[in-house]
Structures are given as C-alpha cells and as structure tokens.
Design a protein around this ligand. Structure first.
Ligand SMILES: Cc1cc2nc3c(=O)[nH]c(=O)nc-3n(C[C@H](O)[C@H](O)[C@H](O)COP(=O)(O)O)c2cc1C
Length: 193
C-alpha cells in the first residue's frame, strides 16, 4: 500500500515537472519570436489619411513609427494634381525625381519587418518614398506596403517599386483607407510567415 502511494506521488511529480517544463519552453519560444521579429512602421502622409493608418498599425503590432518628411514642405498648390505644372505633377512625371527628405537615415540594424505606407500619387508611391528607400539599406528586410488613396488600389505602386528595386523584398499590402484597428489586426496576422 505504502509502495503504491510512493509510486503514485513519483508519477504525479514527473507529470507536473513535464507540464511546467513545457510551459517554460513555450514562453521562451514566444518571447524569442517577439525579439526576433522587430518591426518599424515607416510612412509618408501629407493630409493625415495615411498617418492615421500608420498609427493603427503601430498600435496593432507594438512597432515604433517613423514619418518620412520632405525637406521642403509641399504647399496646397504643390499638391494640385489638376495643375500639370504643380510640383507634385512635375515630380511624378519625372521618374528620376528624388525630393530631399529631412531625416533620411534610420537605424535598421535590429529591424526585420518594415511596414511602408504612402498615399497614392498618380498610381504610384510619391517620389519622397523613393528618396527614403535609397537613403537606407533595406536589403534584408521584409517590406510590407500599405497605402491610402481616393480610389486607386495599391497594385500599380507595388509593381513599380518591385521593378525599381528588384533586390528588395516587397510584400503587396492593401489600400487601408479608414480601416478600423480590428481589421488591421486581422490583416497583420494574415501576413505572419
Ligand atoms: C498629387 C496627388 C496625386 C494623387 N493621385 C491619386 C491617384 O492617382 N489615385 C487616387 O485614388 N488618389 C490620388 N490622390 C489622392 C490621395 O492618394 C489620397 O487623398 C490619400 O489618401 C492622401 O493621403 P495622405 O492624407 O496621407 O496624404 C492623389 C493626391 C495627390 C495630392
């Protein structure tokens, strides 16, 4: 009888140590995933629409956020797409235009995922986004794109970014105008590898 009790206690101790051990292991794995998967939300926004989405992505992922700022701010006249002589029209008509940005270089050492957001200008990412990309080494990053627009999808802009920078790993994201945080959370988890 006593022997049976001792065996039972031993068996219970073994089971509980295995369970505790595997919990500790699970915790370590998820912590490691977090540490190894550092993300940064980088965005450009003139009138706040893309900025609002960038903030929600940062909220959903816990990632830091970084704003691309042109050295020379765009005036309302600069942004007039109906004027074929406006600054934005001229820049978008010139594939080599690279407007200077304020704070170009970012420390990407510990970052492996970049959420890159911009408003669509003439079916493309604005040229300051190209300036940003060319000012930084993004070669080993996963670059998940997102955009806002009047109605144009993200497709053309991502096609062009992939053509311009074939060695970079762009993931075609979404047009996210007005998306609530829960929709963004779903989108972010659908992107997990
Ligand atoms: C110069 C310029 C060109 C634009 N071109 C397009 C376009 O081709 N298609 C579209 O749907 N919206 C276009 N838009 C509208 C913007 O993409 C849209 O308002 C965007 O959400 C603005 O984002 P922001 O507030 O973050 O700057 C254009 C806006 C500007 C200023």
């Amino acid at each position: 009888m006593n022997r049976l009790r001792v065996h039972l206690i031993c068996a219970l101790l073994m089971i509980s140590s295995i369970t505790l051990g595997s919990c500790a292991q699970n915790k370590k794995v998820s912590d490691m995933e977090k540490e190894n998967n550092k993300a940064l939300v980088v965005y450009y926004s003139e009138t706040g629409t893309t900025q609002a989405i960038a903030k929600k992505i940062s909220q959903a992922t816990g990632a830091d956020i970084y704003r691309i700022e042109p050295e020379q701010p765009y005036t309302a006249a600069d942004l007039d797409w109906q004027d074929n002589k406006s600054r934005s029209t001229k820049e978008m008509n010139d594939r080599t235009a690279r407007p200077a940005i304020k704070n170009g270089k970012v420390d990407f050492d510990s970052i492996d995922t970049v959420y890159l957001g911009y408003p669509i200008w003439w079916d493309q990412a604005p040229r300051v986004v190209n300036t940003f990309i060319e000012s930084n080494d993004l070669s080993d990053k996963r670059i998940i794109t997102f955009c806002t627009s009047g109605e144009t999808s993200i497709d053309g802009s991502v096609r062009q970014l992939k053509a311009d920078y074939p060695i970079l790993d762009f993931v075609k994201g979404k047009r996210l105008n007005g998306a609530p945080v829960n929709e963004i959370e779903k989108w972010v988890s659908s992107l997990k590898k």
